[in-house]
Design a protein. Structure first.
Length: 165
């Protein structure tokens, strides 16, 4: 197995486990994961009746919820790796990653809210997050490129200083 594949698998696994941690955190915040309080409030409830009704079984709904959060976490973990060295390949992989995350987000919202809430606002929020991340990356790349050009003497300021001497 190549080093690249090992890095991808490690990020997928770590990201997936982080996705499960987020699921548990959401459950704790929502009050469905509580070991305290009266018996009616204690227990581990990972899904509400909506997903259970939609899928026909609580066990299946819990399994689907864990799979979805693992896949969402895995997608986030993969995003921490460099996608490619080539511009076209980077664009293609970025678009594929975006579509993967958008599809999983839409599916997760649909399964959890079963038509009571549109996935579009969630998908729009994810798209805005992508724009923000790409914008910040582009700014950092711009400054790195400027520093490289400065060191190589390819900037106007450095040439003007040399010509003035």
């Amino acid at each position: 197995m190549t080093e690249t594949k090992k890095a991808w698998l490690a990020r997928i696994l770590i990201g997936g486990l982080c996705g499960w941690a987020v699921l548990l955190l959401i459950g704790f915040i929502a009050g469905s994961l509580s070991l305290f309080g009266p018996p009616s409030f204690r227990g581990f409830q990972f899904v509400d009746g909506t997903m259970e009704h939609l899928l026909g079984s609580e066990a299946l709904a819990v399994a689907v919820q864990f799979v979805l959060f693992f896949l969402l976490g895995a997608g986030a973990g993969v995003a921490t790796l460099p996608f490619a060295d080539d511009g076209k390949e980077l664009l293609l992989r970025s678009v594929l990653h975006f579509l993967y995350m958008e599809g999983l987000t839409a599916l997760t919202v649909w399964l959890n809210f079963a038509g009571h809430e549109s996935p579009l606002p969630w998908m729009a929020a994810l798209a805005l997050l992508y724009v923000l991340i790409w914008g910040v990356r582009w700014i950092f790349w711009w400054f790195e490129l400027g520093a490289i050009r400065e060191k190589l003497g390819l900037t106007r300021r450095k040439r003007q200083k040399e010509e003035a001497r």
